[in-house]
Each structure stands twice: as structure tokens, then as C-alpha cells.
Design a protein around this ligand. Structure first.
Ligand code: HPA
Ligand code: ZN
Length: 340
């Protein structure tokens, strides 16, 4: 279904907030090749086209295998800077004004890359994105849930010297068999030292994992969360407490969480009053940045202009921005709504 020019224009103009974006998932094949050449890394592909052709995933794990392998080309501070700067340039083209970026330190520290190299390179790009594009941003340190609780504690310890440089901790990687409860103590500790918390739950894992993330990890929002509707009482609770879901429609399509965007429960949840948001997850792998996620979702689910505006506002409310920044951004979104 094509999008009419009015909604197309509205989506283009809307100031956007991105809350679910893995910075390692923005590594485009072109950059993968240039960094591989820089570091003398041999890739198992002969061309950019061959890399793209390999992006045929049947589930989360089949994606994660390629995603972690791709990270091997990220080695020095300038690589992390280039990666994040390319994302900010792309995000600016989609009118993103605030982004909260996930990063997976364990993927890099396991290869001998220092925490300072990772966070330093990302922070350099965040500072430049602020001056060059007026994009504000935050970092969220994610623990890899397929690894142990002990490894998560160790990672948090290694990140402590940089504690003022990231705002929250998150939880990602293979969900099945790795429930939030496995990380209850490390999240408790993170909270005690002043960090905020989010977690992936209910992407491939059951609704019970969303409950655990809420009741045991005390997260402020749920990443993905699309399986919440398997438990109607949970949906009611999400509405009542206005706990946001950072939904990634094109990711769900690519990883076969849904067969067709028209089958996605995004609009159903939105119309029930769940604070759903639209995000790109790993755009280099899933075929679209945030603007494309908005366009395809609006077209497939026939979102009205008012609904598109609500989705953009939901992301502002669910973000870790200051109240003043939230207020001014909400006004800017409403202004675009009036022009539409
Ligand atoms: N789910 C879990 N882990 C991830 C994802 C995701 O969508 N993207 C990158 N790591
Ligand atoms: Zn994700």
C-alpha cells in the first residue's frame, strides 16, 4: 500500500526521537569493507552486494550471528566515531532530533578493545552530532543476555570510570532461555548507582519475560514488547502505567516475528492506548532507518495523521530527555500536526 503525499510529508517533517537503535547495527556493508581494509581483516564476502545478499534471516539468532561477526572490523576509537557519525548523518536526514543509542561493550571487550576506546569514540561523535546537526543523544550500555550474570557484573565494573557518560543499562541478544530474572541482581546494582534501566523483552520471548522485566528489573520502558498481547492483563497494565514499547516494525518483519507488516499488532496496541513508538533497531541489516519504519508502518496499518503524531509524542514522553526538552519538542510536534 502506497503512502499518500500528506502523510509522507507529515512523516518527513516530524521531529523524531529514536529510542531503540543498536549502534553496531548501523554498520553498513560499505563501511564494513573499508574498515576491514584498514585493519587487514579478511571478510567472508567478496563484495558489498554479497554481504547484502547474506541478510536473509529466519529468526533473531540467525541475525545475531552475522551482526556479531560484522563487529570485528570495529577496532579503534576512530572506527567507533565513524560508525556513530554515519548514523547521526543518516538520522539527521530523517529529522531525528534526539537518539538514545544502545551499545554492546562485551562484543568488543571480548576482542581486547578497551571500554575507553568504545565509549570515547561514540562520545566524540555524539558531541559532533550536537554541534553539526543539533541532535542530542544518550548512551545505553547493554548486557548480552546469552552471557552470564557474572560477565554482566564485570562489564558494569569496567564501565564505572565512565559512569557519567551513559544514562542507562539495557539487555539484548538471544532472548529465548535467557529471562530477565537472570540479571535481577545486576540491574538492582545499576539502579543503586544511579543508572536508569530498559530491557529487550517479548520480541521472541514470551509475555512472561515482559512481566519479569517490569517486576524484577523495574525497567522504565520495554524494547520490542510485541508479544504483550498474549496476556491481556499485561496490555491493560502497560496502558495504565503508560510503560512505552520501543517497537521496530522492519526488524520484526526481517526476523520473522511477523510474516507481513499488515499482520503487525502495532496499530491494535496503539488504538488500545499502549504507548508504542517506532524505531529502527539495526537499520543496516533490516532495510530501513526510522523514516522508512514510519512510512512502511503507516502505509501497512493505515495509521491516521493523528496516530502518527501520537506515536512521535510517545517517544518524547518515553525518552530520558529533561522535562524542558520534552515540553519544547512536544510543542514542535504539535505544530507540525497543525500544518499537516
Ligand atoms: N534483539 C536482541 N538483541 C539485539 C537486537 C534485537 O533486536 N539487535 C541487536 N541486538
Ligand atoms: Zn534491539
Amino acid at each position: 500500500m502506497a503512502l499518500d503525499p500528506a502523510r509522507e510529508r507529515l512523516i518527513r517533517r516530524l521531529p523524531k526521537v529514536e529510542l531503540h537503535l543498536h549502534i553496531e547495527g548501523t554498520l553498513e556493508p560499505e563501511m564494513m569493507f573499508s574498515l576491514a581494509a584498514k585493519h587487514g581483516v579478511t571478510l567472508p564476502y567478496r563484495s558489498v552486494e554479497e554481504v547484502r545478499a547474506a541478510y536473509n534471516f529466519h529468526d533473531l539468532q540467525s541475525f545475531l550471528d552475522l551482526y556479531y561477526a560484522g563487529c570485528d572490523v570495529l577496532r579503534d576509537r576512530r572506527d567507533f566515531y565513524a560508525l556513530a557519525m554515519a548514523y547521526f548523518t543518516r538520522a539527521h536526514a530523517d529529522n531525528v532530533v534526539h537518539a538514545e543509542l544502545f551499545f554492546d561493550p562485551q562484543t568488543h571487550t571480548a576482542r581486547g578493545i578497551a571500554m575507553e576506546t568504545i565509549i570515547g569514540g561514540l562520545r566524540d561523535a555524539m558531541a559532533d552530532a550536537r554541534t553539526r546537526y543539533d541532535i542530542s543523544s544518550e548512551l545505553i550500555l547493554c548486557f548480552l543476555r546469552h552471557l552470564s550474570e557474572e560477565a554482566a557484573f564485570e562489564t558494569l565494573e569496567q564501565a564505572l570510570p565512565f559512569k557519567d557518560q551513559f544514562i542507562a543499562v539495557g539487555l539484548d541478544s538471544g532472548e529465548r532461555g535467557n529471562p530477565p530474572s537472570k540479571f535481577e541482581r545486576v540491574f538492582k546494582h545499576a539502579k543503586e548507582i544511579g543508572l536508569r534501566t530498559v530491557a529487550h523483552a517479548g520480541e521472541e520471548g514470551p509475555a512472561a519475560y515482559i512481566r519479569e522485566a517490569l517486576d524484577l528489573l523495574f525497567v522504565e520502558r520495554i524494547d520490542h514488547g510485541v508479544r504483550c498481547d498474549e496476556e491481556p492483563a499485561l496490555v491493560d497494565e502497560l496502558v495504565k502505567k503508560q510503560i512505552a514499547l520501543t517497537v521496530c516494525p522492519l526488524s520484526n518483519l526481517k526476523l520473522c516475528v511477523v510474516k507481513d507488516l499488515r499482520d503487525h499488532n502495532f496499530a491494535k496496541l496503539l488504538r488500545k492506548g499502549v504507548a508504542v513508538t517506532i524505531n529502527s533497531d539495526d537499520p543496516a541489516y533490516f532495510g530501513g532507518y526510522i523514516g522508512e519504519n514510519f512510512r512502511q508502518t503507516a502505509a501497512a496499518l493505515d495509521l491516521t495523521p493523528a496516530e502518527i503524531i501520537t506515536v512521535a509524542e510517545n517517544a518524547v514522553h518515553a525518552s530520558f530527555m529533561s522535562s524542558a526538552q520534552k515540553l519544547s519538542l512536544t510543542s514542535a510536534i504539535q505544530l507540525e500536526g497543525q500544518r499537516a
